[in-house]
Write a protein that binds this ligand. Structure first.
Ligand code: AGP
Length: 613
């Protein structure tokens, strides 16, 4: 959950950076560091663990200087350690960088740089960036130009902040894709940078937000924003209110919208440190899994409620496909009362954002008394579902404020994918070639998520068409069937429109009778093994006068001819498709609810954490 702070002005940079990083601590991190330019040197202080370690280090060995950058790191490439902590300095010692995101093609770039004689001091992907920038600087260009050239070589979603020893009056930051925000804070005779506004609000309330594809160059008295192509843009300057809630919402109107857009970051963080992209090997230490223990599992039962249960249903497809273990998914409130058949060869996995849902906790207790191994997938650190389980995988979504769950739906899907890989590896189902391919698919995911979220304006257009509807049907098949359930749940809970998710194959057994012009049908039809069947659903709905909105894969022109509207997502593997397909559905629900004037973040009758039966 990397946090970034930058400062250029007349004051001492380090205390401002450390204070800013403190405001970002809620995001979680495993190491922290800062770099200050002074006396012709890049002065680095960094340490593993909590921020107070870095503060102690700084207090015992202060650095003075009025330009610097800082970072809290959540490991993605390379374990949490002092040498992997940011900032990273180039091999030649002139450039320093902090980064947020994943460089998808870092293996190839690292090999290329090593062949040129560059020595790497860490295991991070960030070191590739800093050395690419230094390589471009060697052709006598500015830091701004060197960053621009470097961006052309990177694949993925990244925020990069860089300083050059030879241009000691400026910081260059770039936002590539949707890896997280970049806020420029405009002060008087000083400028700030932050990944999140709370880091700089003590100093200024005048901010500018960078869009994906923009970069900024800040100096003591000025800032300029440009596209990656070098065209100057004039973004709106926002005056931020003093209340904490408005400040936390940042550039978004509601927490739900903010949380939808945080999914690039939450997914990156959930992947972070759990996979070796070079071998495809998954690291899930908290489960104490051995090959023997994995082979002993005869059945997995997933228990959860609401959105978390829908995540479990997707997980069933992942685990059965990759680990070949049968999986049942139970609604927790049913499981607890049906005397389920489980034993010590069963693993029960509870999924819960809050970790405090009464029915889920009761289901866990039922599983524990029957002797099952109990794991949980939880967002809220320290919650009961985390404490009572034998092992836990955390979501790394960060706090979710909106009652309608969004980022805490996609993060457990990543957890389940990793778990399925791990079990498949330990049970000998997946060979190293397949593991590497699965890891490679995952490495691309944050960027694909960002590209899908960038299509929000197209979703808004369709929201305007559907805002007056009273009913809506969502159809999916296979691994996207639970996404139909989730899409319908999102719509009903925040817009109060009656919506149903249905397995598309069941249509002819009853629900097709409902279709007419008053019943819009959302058909989830990515290019996967169920595509042809979904296409025929579109035709059947159209034949009965239905208005069809299809969610389809980029380039699918056939579906465009048949459906009334199409929301496109980029191509991905069938196992990861649900993570992309759900995004337009989340945005659609959000915009319909806003257009209907509903209280998006706190819908009527609902609570974020359901701690009663
Ligand atoms: C989702 O939008 C709802 N807020 C709800 O279905 C929720 O997922 C359910 O209550 C489970 O909550 P939990 O993940 O905290 O256990």
């Amino acid at each position: 959950m990397c946090g970034i702070v930058g400062y250029v002005g007349t004051r001492q940079a380090a205390p401002i950076i450390l204070d800013g990083l403190k405001q970002l601590e809620y995001r979680g991190y495993d190491s922290a560091g800062l770099a200050v330019l002074s006396n012709g040197q890049i002065n680095i202080r960094r340490d593993v663990g909590k921020l107070h370690n870095l503060i102690n280090l700084y207090n015992s060995d202060p650095v003075s200087g009025s330009i610097g950058i800082g970072h809290t790191r959540w490991a993605t490439h390379g374990a949490p350690s002092q040498r992997n902590a940011h900032p990273h300095v180039s091999d030649g010692g002139n450039v320093v960088v902090v980064q947020n995101g994943i460089v998808e093609n870092f293996v190839a770039l690292k090999e290329e740089l090593m062949a040129e004689g560059v020595t790497f001091k860490s295991e991070t992907d960030t070191e590739v960036i800093v050395n690419l920038i230094e390589r471009h600087l060697a052709s006598d260009v500015s830091l701004e130009e060197a960053v621009r050239q470097t961006l052309k070589r990177l694949k993925g979603a990244n925020v990069i902040v860089a300083m050059n020893l030879n241009e000691p009056n400026r910081i260059v930051a770039a936002r590539m894709g949707n890896a997280g925000g970049v806020t420029v804070g405009i002060g008087e005779g000083e400028m700030f940078l932050a990944s999140d506004m709370p880091a700089i609000l003590e100093h200024t309330r005048q901010v500018v937000f960078l869009d994906a594809g923009w970069m900024t160059i800040i100096t003591q008295n000025d800032y300029v924003v440009k596209t990656f192509e070098g065209k100057v843009v004039k973004p709106q300057v926002h005056h931020i209110a003093w209340d904490k809630v408005t400040a936390e919402k940042g550039e978004y109107r509601h927490f739900m919208q903010k949380e939808i857009h945080e999914q690039v970051r939450s997914i990156t963080d959930t992947i972070g440190g759990r996979i070796d992209f070079e071998t495809g090997s998954v690291i899930l230490n908290d489960l104490n899994l051995t090959p023997e223990a994995a082979k002993k599992i005869e059945k997995i039962v997933i228990v959860a409620c609401g959105t978390a249960a829908h995540a479990g249903m997707v997980g069933k497809y992942m685990i059965e496909a990759l680990a070949r273990i049968p999986v049942e998914v139970d609604i927790a409130s049913e499981f607890r009362y049906r005397d389920p058949i489980i034993n010590d060869k069963t693993v029960v996995i509870a999924i819960s954002q809050s970790g405090e849902t009464a029915d889920t906790l009761a289901a866990m207790e039922e599983a524990r008394t029957k002797g099952a191994t109990l794991w949980s997938i939880v967002n809220a650190i320290g919650s009961q579902a985390m404490r009572v389980a034998h092992g836990c995988i955390t979501m790394q979504s960060g706090p979710e404020i909106g009652v309608a769950s969004t980022k805490a739906f996609t993060a457990p899907l990543v957890d389940l994918y990793l778990l399925a890989m791990k079990l498949g590896e330990l049970r000998g189902v997946l060979d190293s070639k397949r593991l590497k391919a699965l890891a490679n698919d995952l490495a691309h995911l944050p960027d694909l998520v960002g590209r899908t979220l960038d299509r929000e304006p197209e979703v808004e257009v369709i929201a305007r068409q559907l805002r007056e509807t009273s009913h809506c049907l969502y159809l999916g098949r296979g691994i996207n069937m639970p996404i139909a359930y989730e899409g319908a749940l999102k719509l009903k809970e925040i817009s109060y429109i009656h919506a149903e998710g249905y397995p598309a194959g069941e249509m002819k057994h009853g629900p097709i009778a409902l279709i007419d012009r008053a019943m819009p049908v959302l058909v989830l039809a990515p290019k996967d093994q169920w595509y042809e069947k979904m296409l025929s659903q579109v035709e059947q709905a159209k034949a009965r006068g239905g208005i069809v909105v299809a969610v389809a894969t980029d380039g699918d022109t056939l579906i465009k001819e048949k459906a009334d509207y199409v929301l496109y997502v980029p191509p991905s593997s069938w196992l990861l498709n649900p993570i992309l397909i759900v995004l337009p559905l989340q945005m659609l629900s959000y915009h319909i609810a806003v257009l209907r004037g509903c209280d998006v973040d706190q819908p009527r009758n609902l609570a974020k954490s359901v701690t009663v039966e």
